[in-house]
Design a protein around this ligand. Structure first.
Ligand code: FMN
Length: 201
């Protein structure tokens, strides 16, 4: 027959074991939660093309809210700086359905959410964006378009994205005047919240 003292020791041992088990479970849970959060942040990319820097500025504001990676799309052959030459070339590329070659990009497979930014050129995305869709697989990804413009907002770009990536989910796009990005932060935040995107404050 065990003595009263030895029963108390057994109970103390059991309580100690229980405490260790609980603290281990909490640690494992916290570690898993942290890993999960890191994985979620890593699977977001802000991918953009910008010729004169407006879309780059908007991309950087969005990136500040959503984190993840930020990737610039560059054509292998840079576009001309002269506005008239550029607009003529861009119009011709669109009419001819050109697919300008892109400079090397990192692999995009791992990204599940892609914020895709571009300037409105002749009513839609510049043709390098069409190349992007035709040389990468967007099936199963969520695409969130954003653009800067001189008055035509997103134009027909979102319809074009849906056509180019039928296997993707395309959320509500955002547009801002290219020369008026000074006070856009609040609007960006609203748009992200409407799309159910958790923002970093
Ligand atoms: C070739 C070209 C075509 C453009 N076409 C349009 C257009 O159809 N509608 C519009 O609102 N703005 C148009 N713009 C204005 C740009 O969308 C605007 O300046 C944009 O903010 C430029 O972005 P970026 O600085 O990132 O290159 C055009 C600009 C260029 C250079």
């Amino acid at each position: 027959m065990p003595s009263r003292g030895s029963i108390r020791t057994d109970e103390n041992m059991r309580t100690a074991h229980l405490k260790i088990l609980v603290s281990l479970s909490v640690t494992v849970f916290l570690l898993l939660a942290q890993t999960g959060l890191a994985a979620a942040a890593e699977s977001t990319a802000v991918i953009y093309f910008s010729h004169t820097g407006n879309t780059k500025k908007l991309a950087s504001i969005i990136h500040g809210f959503v984190g993840g990676d930020i990737i610039e799309i560059k054509p292998q052959k840079a576009y001309p700086r002269d506005y008239d030459t550029l607009t003529k070339q861009a119009k011709k590329e669109q009419e001819q359905g050109a697919r300008p070659a892109l400079a090397a990009l990192p692999p995009l497979e791992a990204y599940t959410t892609v914020f895709l930014g571009y300037p409105n050129w002749w009513g839609t995305m510049p043709m390098p964006l069409f190349t992007l869709f035709e040389t990468n697989n967007f099936n199963g990804k969520t695409i969130i378009p954003f653009c800067t413009h001189g008055g035509s907002r997103l134009g027909r770009s979102v319809e074009d994205i849906k056509e180019l990536a039928p296997g993707a989910t395309v959320l509500k796009g955002f547009s801002a005047f290219g020369r008026d990005l000074g006070n856009v932060t609040g609007e960006v935040q609203n748009w992200l919240e409407v799309n159910g995107i958790q923002v970093k404050h």
